[in-house]
Design a protein around this ligand. Structure first.
Ligand code: F6P
Length: 544
């Protein structure tokens, strides 16, 4: 793939630069005046997900050239290679086959000539048996009591997906079980999460692909000590209160967890693409195997759509291209995720890892530097809460932040028309971000002269609206796969490796090297600033 021409040399790139210069001057009001039909033409729908991108600052001509850019990029080749199990993660020499995690039984998906689908279903079946045992009370703790609390210990992809899914599907969680997620090496996280739990009724899931991650191993050791203390140090209790999810069987065993209580996955599953692997064990225990399989079916439906739909109707392709457009051509360096659904309150955090760890890259697949912007800052919070916090800046600040608004049509609960209020707010915010309110309009409303300018709403803030039918496990699977493949699309156009994460390694090493300076004999830090911080810390800790 080293022969891929740079993005800036692709014929469509020059045209897109010209489109951006033109559309950078245009207001969404004008774009709608010029083409009132854009409300119809700039939308796409699949599997009960309706994507309205008519309020993006793009028009038909620019979209056509974005699709041309896609056509000249490595996208199609790389998508085919991913589904074929090729080692497209070149820096780690690994296949990228999370799509196999949701392939129906009997499908064939190979990597290195080996069909992985039977392996996937064998693990799913073991997970289901375990989940059923915990849910029914057949799986008991060391003292014979049933499990009432499940604590997932993991970080990054081994935490964010399970934690997000737990919140997203909270109303489907087994009523007799509570779930907590410990991730931070800050000891306060563990202690807060186990507060009030009875160790005799608590099961820990230690989730770590590598089983070497400092935070997870430290929390797992702390959990082991906390649990053992309740059983008078009886090591036999460990096998009833600890299970593991990992690719590293030997390390799991060395930690003292019975390999019979380990649920495997494989090196072709990236951490941030793993919530539908055994990493989702807590999700399966929470919602039950049938609902989990329904979620996998939703993922799979979106996989097929991504593979088969033409670009102009392909939801992930459109969303990936819109990100390329906004970040690369319009120069918008941030992207807000605004779910109008409290249950999705961890979704932006989940997407931060998915997108920023995947596409926050500075070199191309062949190792040469990119000379175009890649991943924007991904952030967000649910509406309507955000409206009362940071939307002021979105509406009247000096930076333009494109946003995705996400809402479900069908309420899971409703009270006195509140769901309609929620949706009215979502639609209103997208409208106001696009069209704003002019000085003339404010004057016509009788606004006092001194308040006209402070009240002007410039509008022209681009948004996409994702309206889903209903918040179900299947819909969650579709939504996550939608963003996974949008991330893939943008990464392929940018020609980066979306599946490695070298940028997180140096910090881990430096932390390892600094630790002895904090708790060992005093010695000089590696630079004057760090040295001063370490000395101040040691001083306050009474370490001289
Ligand atoms: O440090 C980054 C990272 O490697 C992520 O990519 C991953 O999701 C996370 O750490 C946790 O890794 P593991 O599952 O191996 O503990």
């Amino acid at each position: 793939m080293a022969d891929t021409p740079p993005l800036v040399a692709l014929p469509a790139h020059r045209l897109l630069v010209a489109h951006a210069a033109r559309l950078g001057q245009a207001h969404l009001r004008e774009l709608f005046d010029l083409d009132p039909a854009r409300a119809e033409s700039m939308r796409a729908e699949a599997h009960d997900i309706h994507l309205d991108f008519s309020k993006q600052r793009i028009d038909g001509a620019a979209l056509a050239d974005l699709i041309a850019l896609l056509g000249h990029s490595p996208f199609a080749r790389r998508r085919a290679a991913m589904f074929a199990g090729e080692r497209i993660n070149v820096t780690e020499d690994r296949a990228v086959l999370h799509v196999a995690l949701r392939a129906p039984r009997g499908t064939v998906m190979r990597t290195d000539g080996h069909d992985v689908v039977p392996d996937v279903h064998a693990v799913l079946d073991r997970m289901a048996a375990f989940a059923d045992a915990v849910r029914s009370g057949r799986w008991t703790g060391h003292g014979g009591r049933r499990i009432r609390h499940v604590v997932n210990i993991g970080i990054g992809g081994s935490d964010l997906g399970p934690a997000m899914a737990h919140e997203a599907l909270l109303d489907r969680v087994h009523p007799g079980l509570s779930f907590r997620f410990v991730s931070n090496v800050d000891p306060g996280d563990f202690h807060a999460k186990v507060a009030g739990l009875d160790p005799a009724e608590t099961l820990f899931i230690v989730a770590s692909k590598t089983f070497t991650t400092q935070e997870t191993m430290a929390n797992a050791r702390t959990a082991r000590a906390w649990s053992l203390a309740a059983f008078g140090g009886d090591e036999r209790s460990v096998s009833r209160h600890f299970v593991a999810v990992s690719t590293a069987a030997d390390l799991v065993k060395a930690f003292g967890i019975d390999p019979a209580n380990m649920f495997a996955f494989w090196d072709w599953v990236g951490g941030r693409y793993s919530m539908d692997s055994a990493i989702g064990l807590s999700t399966m225990v929470a919602i039950g195997p049938d609902a989990f399989r329904d979620m996998l079916a939703g993922f799979h439906e979106m996989d097929r759509h991504f593979l088969e739909a033409p670009p102009e109707r392909n939801l992930p392709v459109l969303m990936g291209l819109l990100q390329v457009w906004n970040a690369g051509y319009m120069g918008f360096g941030a992207h807000a995720i605004l779910p109008y659904c409290q249950h999705l309150h961890r979704f932006a955090a989940y997407l931060q890892q998915l997108e920023m760890e995947s596409n926050g890259k500075r070199v191309r697949l062949d190792g040469t530097p990119v000379s175009w912007p890649t991943c924007p800052v991904i952030w967000g919070e649910p509406g309507t809460n955000g409206q009362h916090a940071f939307f002021q800046m979105l509406h009247q600040g000096t930076f333009t932040v494109p946003a995705d608004l996400i809402a479900f049509a069908m309420p899971a609960f409703d009270s006195l028309g509140m769901h309609d209020m929620l949706l009215a707010n979502a639609f209103a915010q997208a409208r106001v971000m696009a069209f704003g309110q002019t000085a003339d309009e404010l004057r016509a409303l009788g606004t006092p002269a001194h308040l006209v300018e402070p009240k002007v709403m410039p509008g022209n803030r681009p948004t996409s609206f994702l309206l889903l039918r209903e918040r179900t496990p299947r819909a969650l699977g579709r939504l996550v796969a939608l963003y996974e493949h949008a991330t893939f699309t943008a990464g392929a156009v940018w020609d980066v490796n979306s599946f490695d994460q070298w940028g997180v390694e140096l910090g881990k090493k430096v932390a390892g090297a600094l630790l002895p300076l904090l708790d060992g004999p005093a010695s000089a830090g590696p630079d004057p600033s760090t040295d001063a911080l370490v000395r101040r810390y040691r001083g306050w800790r009474g370490r001289g």
